[in-house]
Design a protein around this ligand. Structure first.
Ligand SMILES: C[S@@+](CC[C@H](N)C(=O)[O-])C[C@H]1O[C@@H](n2cnc3c(N)ncnc32)[C@H](O)[C@@H]1O
Length: 390
C-alpha cells in the first residue's frame, strides 16, 4: 500500500485535505474511482501531487508512492473527468458457469441475521425435516441442524458459489443435508414434507463483497449482478439495451427512486456503460449536489432496482409464497426474512392471503440493537412467520 495526500476543492474553496491508501497496480485506479464515486464529484477535485505520508500501512516505498501520486495527478488532469474508462480486457471476470469463481481464493463470508429469533420461532424438533430455500453460506442451515437431534435439511440456492461454500460448511452433517442448485421459484415443492421452511432473501455479503459479481459500486467490476450465473441477462444488458422509459420505470418501481427520469436520461446519454463504477458515476452526475452528498450514495436505489430486475426477485418471491405452504406439514412453519419494503409488502400480504396459513407475526420481527451493532446488515431485516393450518 502507498499513501497519497490531496486536496478536495468545492466551489473554489478547499473543502478538505484527504489521504488515500492505494494498493499497487491497477487496483490503485480502482481505489481512486471508488473513492471518487463514494464521496465527491471528481470534477471538483484538484490533486496537489502526491505526498508520501509517513507511518502509512505496509511501510510504503517512497518511489512507488510518488509514482502512484503522479499517475493520480495525470489521471485527474488528463482522463475524461467523469467517465471511468476500463478496457474490457482488463476486467475479464470469471463470471460464467463454465468458469466458476474460485472459492478457495475468496472465502464465503456471511453472518446469518436474526439467528435466535429464527430458530426459536421455527421450533426445530428432533428428527424433523427442514427446507432452507436460500442456503447462502449455510449459516441458518447450520443453526437448524444444531437445534435438535437428527434433523434433516434440504438446502437450495441458485448461486453455485453459495452451494459450494455451504457444502463445505455443512460437510459434517453428511447425508442429512441434501443440496439443490435451483431458483426456489422453479423448485418442485414436495407436498406435506417439511416441518419448517426458511427463506433469507436477497444477496449475501459475499455477493456484495466480491467485486467480480458486479453487485456493488464499491468495487470496479463488470456490471453483472446475476445470482445464477447460468442465466444470460446481466445488469449490463439492462443498462445498455433497455429504453430510457423502461429504465426510468424500473428505477422508480423497484428502487423507489424519485429522480428516475433524469437518471435514466443521463444513462442513455452515456451508454455504453460497462462497469459498476461507470454507472455509479453517471448516476451521481445526474442528481443535484444535495442528493449527491446525502446519507446514502445516489446510486444505491438504482443498483437495488437493477438487482431486482436482473434476478426477477419479486416474481420469484411471489411464486415461493404461493408454492411453499403446501410443502409444509400441518403445524409446520414458514419464516421469511426480507430486506426492503417491496419484499416485505409481498411477504406480509402473501402470508396473510394464503388459505393454508395462519400468520404468527402481526408485526415483523426486527433485530435488537446488540445485533445491529455487530452486523449492520441486520438493521433492515424483517422476519415474518406463518404456520400451516391443520
Ligand atoms: C441472504 S443470503 C442467505 C444467507 C444464509 N441464510 C446464511 O445464513 O448464510 C441469500 C442467498 O439466497 C440466494 N437466493 C436469492 N434468491 C434466490 C432464489 N430465488 N432462489 C434460490 N436462491 C436464491 C442467494 O444466491 C444467496 O446465496
Amino acid at each position: 500500500m502507498v499513501c497519497l495526500s490531496y486536496k478536495v476543492w468545492r466551489n473554489g474553496n478547499r473543502h478538505r485535505q484527504r489521504q488515500l491508501l492505494l494498493p499497487r497496480g491497477d487496483a490503485a485506479r480502482t481505489s481512486l474511482a471508488t473513492e471518487r464515486t463514494a464521496s465527491f464529484n471528481p470534477a471538483t477535485v484538484r490533486t496537489t501531487g502526491g505526498t508520501p505520508a509517513s507511518g502509512c500501512l505496509g511501510n510504503p516505498s517512497n518511489t512507488l508512492a510518488q509514482l502512484c501520486a503522479i499517475s493520480a495527478v495525470l489521471y485527474y488532469k488528463l482522463v475524461q473527468p467523469l467517465q471511468y474508462p476500463m478496457p474490457n480486457a482488463q476486467f475479464k471476470m470469471k463470471s460464467d458457469s463454465q468458469t466458476p469463481f474460485n472459492l478457495e481464493a475468496s472465502t464465503f463470508s456471511h453472518i446469518p441475521v436474526l439467528r435466535r429469533e429464527v430458530i426459536e420461532d421455527l421450533a426445530v424438533h428432533p428428527g424433523g425435516h427442514y427446507l432452507d430455500a436460500t442456503v447462502g453460506g449455510g449459516g441458518h442451515s447450520r443453526l437448524i441442524l444444531e437445534a435438535a437431534e437428527n434433523v434433516y435439511l434440504t438446502a437450495i440456492d441458485q448461486d453455485e458459489d453459495a452451494l459450494i461454500a455451504a457444502q463445505k460448511y455443512l460437510a459434517e452433517y453428511g447425508e442429512r443435508v441434501q443440496f439443490v442448485h435451483s431458483n426456489f421459484a422453479t423448485y418442485k415443492f414436495p407436498p406435506s414434507t417439511f416441518d419448517g421452511i426458511i427463506a433469507d432473501l436477497g444477496v449475501s455479503s459475499y455477493h456484495l463483497d466480491t467485486p467480480e459479481r458486479g453487485f456493488s459500486f464499491r468495487h470496479a467490476a463488470n456490471l453483472d449482478m446475476r445470482m445464477d450465473q447460468r442465466q444470460s441477462l446481466t445488469a449490463a444488458d439492462v443498462i445498455n439495451e433497455w429504453d430510457e422509459g423502461e429504465l426510468a420505470d424500473i428505477f422508480f418501481k423497484y428502487g423507489e427512486e424519485r429522480l428516475s427520469r433524469r437518471i435514466a436520461r443521463r444513462i442513455v446519454e452515456r451508454r455504453p456503460l460497462l462497469t459498476t463504477v461507470a454507472l455509479a458515476e453517471a448516476i451521481a452526475s445526474a442528481v443535484p449536489p444535495k442528493y449527491r452528498y446525502g446519507r446514502i450514495h445516489p446510486a444505491t436505489r438504482v443498483f437495488q432496482a437493477l438487482r431486482i430486475v436482473v434476478n426477477d426477485e419479486l416474481k420469484s418471491l411471489e411464486t415461493l409464497i404461493e408454492q411453499a405452504p403446501n410443502a409444509l406439514v400441518p403445524g409446520g412453519k414458514i419464516a421469511i426474512i426480507s430486506f426492503h419494503s417491496l419484499e416485505d409488502r409481498l411477504v406480509k400480504h402473501g402470508l396473510r392471503n394464503s388459505p393454508l396459513l395462519r400468520v404468527l407475526t402481526k408485526k415483523p420481527i426486527t433485530a435488537q440493537d446488540e445485533e445491529i451493532v455487530n452486523n449492520a446488515r441486520s438493521r433492515s431485516a424483517k422476519l415474518r412467520i406463518a404456520e400451516r393450518k391443520e
